[in-house]
Design a protein around this ligand. Structure first.
Ligand SMILES: [Zn+2]
Ligand SMILES: [Zn+2]
Length: 58
């Protein structure tokens, strides 16, 4: 079992780096915390709406 220390950083929000990540941004795939999360909607044009989880830059 190898525990890799550098993996620890990936648990932090990539925007503010102060809170733990909540989800990955659907746009750029960086980790975002609940405070930096921005919800979006993505309509496919045929009645389906997919929720998007975005960072502040997306
Ligand atoms: Zn954050
Ligand atoms: Zn993003």
């Amino acid at each position: 079992m190898n525990l890799i220390e550098e993996k620890r950083d990936e648990r932090l929000c990539g925007v503010c780096r102060q809170r733990e990540l909540f989800i990955l941004c659907d746009g750029c795939k960086i980790p975002v915390c609940i405070e930096c999360l921005k919800y979006g909607m993505y309509g496919t044009g045929c009645g389906n709406i997919q929720p998007l989880h975005l960072c502040r830059d997306c």
